[in-house]
Design a protein around this ligand. Structure first.
Ligand code: FMN
Length: 193
């Protein structure tokens, strides 16, 4: 069965774009999948009606809020898709940028998931938090995350509980940072990997 996957994202510094591109690579490694990747800025939510499955991503911004560029898409989802739940039955998942220096770590995950569910989408996989820039470990993880999402969307893997959202420790695991590494980083005041 072929599947059309839409990936829509916004970015300022490029980290979330890289997540979207890695997800596209991972998804494309599953046979019979066509991937379309869009920067959401300037698009309205009707684009989401073209997918059999949807990944939506943005950097967490403000104080645990939507990224400014994502706000028009969020608003448009609320106006065009939510009232009639036009994404009913569409498998979806979210990915966000984050930084533990902020109080609300990667909270855009919940905002995106809540909007998708309001539109009727099914969140079939836990949202991905990528802290700041990717490293080789998180690149491998992200490709696999998207690969597994596609299998879930095709019904070839069971859905995964998506709440609670990833903790700081789980975001560390995605980048291959151990507890001991984290303690060393904290002591040396180092944040970026
Ligand atoms: C103005 C601003 C506000 C931010 N607010 C948060 C936040 O509340 N929570 C969080 O986890 N990360 C926050 N971040 C971190 C970004 O999500 C993170 O740097 C991300 O990697 C940026 O992605 P991009 O390169 O795709 O723009 C903030 C960054 C900026 C510049």
């Amino acid at each position: 069965m072929s599947l059309r996957l839409l990936i829509v994202y916004t970015t300022t510094g490029g980290n979330t774009r890289e997540t979207a591109e890695l997800a596209a690579e991972g998804a494309s490694s599953v046979g019979g999948v066509e991937v379309d990747l869009y920067n959401a800025y300037g698009l309205d939510a009707s684009i989401l009606l073209e997918g059999d499955a949807i990944l939506v991503g943005e950097p967490t911004w403000g104080d645990g809020e939507h990224h400014a560029d994502f706000l028009p898409m969020d608003r448009s989802m609320g106006e065009l898709l939510a009232p009639e739940k036009r994404l009913t039955g569409i498998p979806a998942a979210a990915f966000v940028g984050c930084d533990r220096a902020y109080r609300n770590f990667g909270r855009a995950i919940e905002l995106v998931e809540d909007r998708l569910m309001e539109c009727g989408a099914l969140i079939v996989q836990r949202g991905l938090k990528i802290e700041l820039t990717h490293n080789d470990h998180s690149r491998v993880f992200t490709r696999q995350w998207a690969h597994d999402f596609v299998l879930r969307a095709k019904g070839e893997m069971p859905p995964q509980p998506h709440r609670p959202a990833m903790t700081r420790e789980q975001a560390d695991a995605i980048k291959g940072v151990s507890l001991a590494d984290r303690e060393r980083r904290n002591q040396s005041g180092l944040r970026h990997s």
